[in-house]
Design a protein. Sequence first.
Length: 167
Amino acid sequence: MRVFEYGSGGSTLFFANRVREVISVEHDPEWHARTSEALAASDVRNCTYLLCPPKAQVDARFVSSDPAYEGFDFADYVAAVDAYPDGSFDLITVDGRARTDCVLAARSKIKSGGLILLDNSDRPQYRAAAEALAQYERLDFPGIAPYSTEVTQTTVWRIGTERGHGA
């Protein structure tokens, strides 16, 4: 499999040990440095690891729902997937900033039958992302979030497989 992920960390190491190639984009320089160290310590060689921090911008187009990033534009972060041809990936995970915009950018980059995974898909601010993928087969995974007692949901859509037409 070839995987692209928005948001990095434990998932990056997990995928790197199980797939042919991982391309991961991170917005936070400190977290990028920590994860880079972990990748090097594990001798991961099949991961392209990108750092795309947000830019302060009054009229930000690609925004995060996190109030700590108010006034920041995540355009470079969202557009990182555009460096790859349409149909390039078997799986794209979205677990970082500007999630709705990332889902929208990811749609054309998935191979037919590939998957888009959206973490915390039950949050109201991600409703537009779910609506944009409404025609595709979906599977919801509710459960307790790591390091928390909060129940949340992760959703996976199979792109190219419309609802009611089988898996």
